[in-house]
Write a protein of this length. Structure first.
Length: 490
């Protein structure tokens, strides 16, 4: 039971008498409250409340929670406040909550729980968009409880997950002190499907084995502001934090190049092709059971599962091995980050890649970077796409993505019979867009008799590559696909 005052983010504005009366009413009911939460600052400043502490404590099953909240940031005297609460003779449970300024603040919450949990039951929580890890991982660090909202619109603090999210999505009941932690780093990451996919994968992993249960980890959104310094400081602090068991992360826009720099600076392993592409999407931090050294740099590697996923998806549709791409003509539409990864991957297999892009200078830049790396890369203006004679066409632009589902990057390509006449057989058409699963490009390609590959397949395969790298187990592809389709249908 609590009656939160206005000073600490609640609505109560009465005096000490009124406050104590409310608590008396709560303990005078038919069922004793488990605990009553009183605010430390109010106890310190309000003699009426201070004088009633013994009576209120006796009226609850577990006694009094002493709490402190700061909805604006980290209070300068946070550690003093926690120490004062822990030492107070009427305090049975300590609770500190403050607004996190970055993901790093969660580590201080973990520190507090580890330091005080043997002294008194404690929970230390961070509020706001950066605070989710402290809420989800409270149990891992011996926290006495966490908070969750019954419905999304019924939360009592910013950043609070719902009960369903914390139990089902973030696997609250499965988290132990040894649970490995993963996440998706990006800015923004609020709408990422990755936590849904990987946490469902961990559920499946736990269910597969009756011998070694709890192999699964927990996977969190990790928002990090768009700056190298933020990335380096935050990911570095998470990697080095002993006891977090941070096993690595997915990395998305705008940090893919930062990941390469981070791992290189720590003398970790960087995959050669990721280096050439200038982007990696996966960090693996290997932790040897029981004797992980913080800063053990050799235990870290960065690589890119996007391009391998694209290669695998196309080759599966063609029914061929990667090596058989030698000499195959592949048309890539677009000249941005996704195009660079795909051009590099197919050129490395010896394919002849034609880059069709709106801005020719960007297509030319890809030619400069990747032509001659085993395969051949040439540039062509986007309006020449209808003259293509490529056996594989890959859309790497966002044209056709939700909500612009009526758009296509290949206007007129499938009109008439010219395409099949020129190539001799319909091309394989792959759209990297995954929302919607079937774009207008794919719909028209299918109607023209082409084999098609959806961005969902690439998305699921790139996630599967990460899952296997982290866990050493094959990813449950059927689960991943079901989760992606369910999210898209939603
Ligand atoms: P990016 O770096 O911003 O590049 C976008 C490219 O699309 C640019 O070359 C741009 O041409 C071109 N483009 C944008 N709007 C266009 C238009 N209206 N007409 C013609 N060309 C246009 O983006 P990115 O990181 O490469 O991502 C591109 C897409 O790849 C994303 O939208 C996403 O759907 C997809 N993707 C999918 C996966 C997956 O797992 N399935 C993974 C990564 C990316 P200019 O050079 O002329 O500006």
């Amino acid at each position: 039971v609590t009656c939160r005052t206005e000073a600490e983010g609640g609505a109560f504005i009465g005096d000490g008498e009124e406050l104590v009366d409310r608590y008396r009413a709560a303990i005078g009911g038919t069922r004793k409250p488990i605990a009553i939460d009183v605010e430390l600052l109010r106890v310190e400043q309000d003699p009426t409340l201070a004088a009633a502490l013994g009576e209120l404590s006796a009226g609850c099953e577990r006694g009094l929670i002493f709490s402190t909240h700061d909805f604006t940031g980290r209070p300068a005297d946070l550690t003093r406040r926690v120490a004062d609460m822990a030492e107070h003779p009427h305090c049975a449970i300590v609770k500190a909550a403050w607004r996190a300024r970055s993901l790093r603040d969660n580590l201080e919450a973990f520190d507090l729980m580890r330091e005080y949990r043997s002294v008194k039951p404690i929970v230390a929580l961070c509020m706001g968009e950066f605070g989710l890890p402290s809420r989800v991982l409270a149990g891992k660090f011996g926290g006495w409880m966490t908070f969750a909202a019954i419905d999304a619109d019924k939360g009592t603090a910013p950043g609070q997950p719902t009960l369903d999210e914390i139990k089902r999505l973030y696997r609250w009941d499965r988290i132990t002190a040894r649970t490995p932690v993963y996440g998706v780093v990006g800015w923004p990451v609020g709408h990422s499907l990755s936590p849904h996919i990987h946490n469902a994968g961990f559920d499946a992993l736990d269910e597969q084995s009756s011998v070694d249960r709890w192999r699964g980890g927990v996977y969190l959104p990790m928002p990090i502001a768009d700056a190298w310094e933020q990335f380096k400081a935050t990911v570095g602090a998470w990697v080095d934090y002993d006891g977090l068991d941070f096993g690595g992360c997915s990395v998305t826009i705008p940090h893919k190049a930062h990941l390469l720099r981070f791992v290189a600076e720590r003398d970790g392993g960087v995959e050669t092709l990721s280096d050439a592409i200038g982007a990696a999407n996966t960090l693996v931090v290997s932790r040897q059971e029981g004797h992980h050294e913080p800063n053990d740099e050799s235990a870290m590697r960065a690589f890119n599962t996007d391009y391998a996923a694209a290669l695998d998806a196309v080759c599966a549709a063609m029914g061929i091995e990667h090596a058989m791409l030698q000499g195959v003509r592949v048309g890539v539409i677009g000249g941005g980050g996704a195009a660079a990864a795909i051009v590099a991957a197919f050129a490395a297999q010896g394919a002849t890649v034609v880059v069709y892009n709106r801005t020719m200078s960007k297509a030319d830049a890809l030619v400069d970077r990747f032509n001659g790396n085993t395969g051949k890369v040439v540039a062509a203006p986007l309006d020449k796409l209808c003259d293509t004679c490529c056996a594989v066409l890959i859309n790497c632009t966002p044209v056709g993505m939700h909500p612009n589902v009526d758009a296509t990057p290949a206007e007129g390509l499938f009109d008439g019979e010219t395409l099949e006449h020129r190539i001799g057989h319909p091309p394989v058409v792959f759209d990297t867009i995954y929302n919607p699963a079937e774009t207008r490009l794919l719909r028209e390609a299918k109607a023209a008799g082409c084999k098609t590959v959806s961005g969902v397949e690439m998305f699921v395969r790139q996630a599967a590559g990460q899952f296997t790298a982290w866990t050493g187990h094959a990813a449950p592809m059927d689960v991943f696909e079901r989760v992606v389709h369910a999210s898209l249908d939603h």
